[in-house]
Design a protein around this ligand. Structure first.
Ligand SMILES: Cc1cc2nc3c(=O)[nH]c(=O)nc-3n(C[C@H](O)[C@H](O)[C@H](O)COP(=O)(O)OP(=O)(O)OC[C@H]3O[C@@H](n4cnc5c(N)ncnc54)[C@H](O)[C@@H]3O)c2cc1C
Length: 384
């Protein structure tokens, strides 16, 4: 019987797990190092499997009300000149669960944090863990926090993101692997004419447009960035305009709007390749800490949500905690690797760098894009 689960990291994975455990009346403490607990970033889209997990967490209606629900799961592919390449449709979760929701990250977080609070989870903001005594897996873990307090945990979950300090505690330094790509994002007022997800395929670049509410959208563009260059924050707006200057169609007006005061974000894309097991004794990694993926499939958040729902289910009623944590990582490994590999392939295909390979990619997309979506989501529809 679980007396207390301690979760380090109140992002998507940590919040989802907190909610799922609290709904099962399992005591949880959530430790988040930020005292202002709200991610400063642009948008996120969540596909059917992530939405099914949000439904199981009991927050789907709030999520749909706080974001933009794709009316038909459609994704319009355009070339950089604005001409149509093809159109695909993503599957719904079920009659009640839509195919895609786009939303501002801050809204996703507001909904998850609201549920965490409503369920009475013990949340400690602005603190982190300074010492972990997990020498004897037969006994609870003893934690010291940065505010000097101590906690006892039957299970300690590292949901502390791509640069996880719990991962370092468990396995030493495992650096995220740089993929060679960068992602540029900006937020905009949504023109009434845009009411679908759009992907524009360029030469060496691609640019997505995704509504996040009735009145807002965000753009996200991918570039190859060999050598992991550093771009000072004050250059992001000008760099984003410059790197995607060739894009016409619906992107042109949005790119022209980007000025130095807009919300523009640049991220070097990295992955975490952690071999099994993801646990040692009573400590386990979930979310990006265990399996951070490139964002080209828009699945990292969904994997983090699934982790939370499934782990809570497996922990409910468990007595041999180290065995359950090991079973969890074995159960999740192949699925998360499948997403990582598929996402990397999509990133590479999106970065065809000369006119001839770009044109043959577009011809191939007309033939296979829907089939590729269907095949991916058939696999994702299998039990997680
Ligand atoms: C450019 C980009 C675009 C993306 N787009 C999408 C998308 O459209 N759809 C999608 O599903 N996924 C997307 N993802 C992936 C998604 O953002 C991540 O997979 C997801 O945020 C992982 O959640 P997490 O909770 O594991 O980690 P995080 O969201 O990183 O949360 C970790 C939390 O832990 C806290 N923390 C860290 N260290 C400590 C510590 N020592 N002590 C206490 N707290 C700590 C942090 O403050 C943070 O709150 C994208 C990723 C990128 C980079």
């Amino acid at each position: 019987m679980l007396n207390r689960v301690v979760i380090v990291g109140g992002g998507i994975a940590g919040s989802a797990l907190s909610i799922a455990l609290a709904r099962r009346h399992i005591p949880v403490t959530l430790i988040e190092r930020e005292s202002r607990w709200a991610p400063a970033s642009s948008g996120i889209f969540i596909y059917c499997n992530g939405l099914l997990a949000l439904d199981q967490l009991g927050v789907l209606d709030d999520i749909c009300a706080s974001g933009w629900v794709s009316p038909d799961g459609g994704n319009l592919y355009l070339s950089e000149d604005g001409s149509t390449i093809t159109h695909t449709v993503y599957p719904r979760g079920n009659a009640h669960v839509p195919a895609i929701v786009g939303m501002r990250r801050v809204e996703l977080h507001r909904v998850l944090a609201g549920a965490v609070e409503q369920l009475g989870v013990d949340v400690r903001l602005g603190v982190t863990i300074t010492a972990i005594d997990d020498t004897d897996p037969r006994r609870p873990v003893i934690l010291t926090l940065s505010d000097g307090t101590t906690l006892t945990a039957d299970v300690l979950i590292g949901a502390d993101g791509i640069r996880s300090s719990i991962r370092t505690h468990l396995f030493g330094t495992i650096e995220p692997v740089y993929t060679g790509f960068g992602v540029w994002r900006s937020t905009h007022a949504k023109p009434a004419s845009i009411d679908t997800k759009i992907m524009m395929m360029g030469t060496g670049t691609r640019l997505g447009i995704m509504p996040t509410s009735r009145d807002e959208l965000y753009m996200f563009g991918t570039t190859r960035e060999p050598g992991k260059p550093f771009y000072p924050r004050e250059t992001w707006a000008a760099e984003m305009r410059r790197k995607f200057a060739a894009f016409a169609g619906p992107a042109a007006a949005l790119l022209a709007e980007i000025d130095d005061t807009k919300n523009v974000f640049y991220t070097s894309v990295e992955e975490v390749h952690l071999p099994l097991p993801w646990n040692r004794g009573r400590l386990l990694l979930i979310g990006d800490a265990a399996h951070s993926s490139s964002p080209f499939m828009g699945q990292g958040g969904a994997m983090a949500l699934e982790d939370g729902v499934i782990l809570a289910d497996m922990l409910d009623g468990a007595t041999d905690f180290p065995a359950v944590l090991e079973q969890f990582s074995a159960r999740r490994f192949e699925r998360c690797k499948f997403v990582q590999d598929a996402s990397r392939r999509v990133g590479e295909a999106g970065a065809a760098e000369d006119g001839a390979s770009r044109d043959s990619r577009h011809a191939r997309m007309r033939e296979t894009a829907q089939h590729d979506v269907d095949r991916f989501y058939q696999r994702i529809a299998e039990p997680a």
